[in-house]
Design a protein around this ligand. Structure first.
Ligand SMILES: *Cc1c(COP(=O)(O)O)cnc(C)c1O
Length: 374
């Protein structure tokens, strides 16, 4: 592993600030007992502010997918219906995960780059009242599209069906309010907008979700990824070990460092910083002949997905940026492979330093390999 810096401008993981890296190298602490619980509770309280919830919130060890599996497996049991909104790779993945849990997956789809239509969800819930949960990706990281989660949650709330939100790539970078919007289970990770190394998937759970989980009794899935088990430990072991297993204590320390910095600056300042980075990147790339993959009105300010100008090989540009400028950006997934570039201006990368470095690199490449004119 070379020590040379690579500037991560991918949609996660992201580069960590020094306070986070220092926390990661703290001596190892036991994951239970009074002094530790104080640290844990501070991290959970900080996250509650970012999620906008006063409800239950857990730190699940694992990738975001662990939290999403816990949500699906806890709210529905084998054979039951869930409605999964799909307009990209991560929505499709959620369908695959749900099927792996033996769930009967129904879908509402929109083409890549388009938004999920809340009215389509409303019609499906009216037609199929036995749907147990609606599953929606907030920021569809494969295209940069930000789905209208607040509007969809208003519809699921009216229908009394819990909504599971994959906010893995959006939380902390764009506004999201769990309680105000009525999000029943909201899943994120600490290695995207929260700027930490991977390791923890925070997950919030509403009263409506608990009521449904309790109705399922012991017929829902698994143990570690079963939210009912997490609630039981929070209740029975709350004064010393409020979770079922060991906790990655260094990741929690890192998260706390990051949350302190983020909350000291304020969430609004975070959202503005990301929006500014997106505007800079997009205006400049558009002026150079790149075209946005999705309409601006559908796009989040966290990821810029663009087609190259005519005659520019996007994979060659990506290789150049990495080899000559030490900047890593992402390409397209699945059908979009080799066609688009995805730039993550998330966390530390949502800064003038990263944005300027990227734009200088792209400018230099375009001088070497100019676009076809006309
Ligand atoms: C990154 C991402 C995931 C997967 O997260 P893991 O931590 O790799 O499990 C899921 N959904 C979205 C929208 C993502 O951006």
């Amino acid at each position: 592993m070379s020590d040379e810096t690579t500037y991560l401008m991918i949609p996660g993981p992201v580069d960590a600030e020094d306070d986070v890296l220092e926390a990661m190298s703290h001596r190892v602490l036991p994951h239970y007992g009074g002094p530790w619980l104080e640290i844990y509770n501070q991290a959970v309280d900080g996250l509650r502010q970012v999620f906008g919830t006063e409800g239950d919130l857990f730190l699940m060890t694992g990738p975001g997918t662990a939290g999403l599996e816990a949500a699906l497996g806890s709210l529905a049991y084998t054979g039951e219906k869930v409605l999964v909104a799909q307009n990209g790779f991560f929505g499709q993945r959620l369908g695959t995960v749900a099927r792996a849990y033996g769930l009967d997956v129904r879908t509402v789809e929109a083409p890549l780059g388009e938004l999920i239509d809340p009215q389509a969800i409303k019609r499906r819930l009216a037609a199929e009242p036995d749907i147990q949960a609606v599953v929606v990706v907030h920021l569809e990281t494969s295209t940069g599209v930000l789905n209208p989660v607040q509007e969809i949650a208003a519809i699921t709330g009216e229908a009394g069906v819990p909504i599971i939100v994959d906010a893995v790539s959006s939380l902390g970078g764009v506004p999201l309010r769990v309680d105000d919007w009525g999000l029943d289970v909201c899943v994120s990770v600490i290695n995207k907008c929260l700027g930490c190394p991977p390791g923890i998937a925070p997950i919030s759970v509403s009263e409506r979700a608990w009521a449904q989980i309790e109705r399922k009794g012991d017929r829902n899935h698994g143990w570690y990824l079963n939210l009912g088990v997490w609630k039981q430990y929070a209740r029975d072991w709350g004064d010393w070990h409020p979770y079922p297993t060991s906790m990655p204590t260094n990741n929690v320390l890192a998260l706390l460092a990051s949350l302190r910095r983020i909350l000291a600056q304020g969430l609004e300042a975070q959202y503005e910083r990301h929006a500014r980075a997106a505007a800079q990147v997009r205006q400049t790339l558009n002026a150079w002949g790149f075209t946005s993959f999705a309409p601006e009105a559908h796009s989040s300010p966290l990821i810029t997905a663009v087609y190259p100008p005519p005659g520019v090989d996007i994979e060659d540009l990506r290789r150049y940026l990495l080899a000559k400028r030490q900047i890593m950006v992402s390409g397209g997934l699945q059908d979009l492979r080799g066609k688009i570039m995805r730039v993550g201006h998330i966390g530390k990368a949502a800064s003038d330093e990263y944005v300027q470095r990227l734009l200088e690199g792209i400018e230099a490449y375009l001088r070497l390999s100019p676009p076809r004119s006309g």
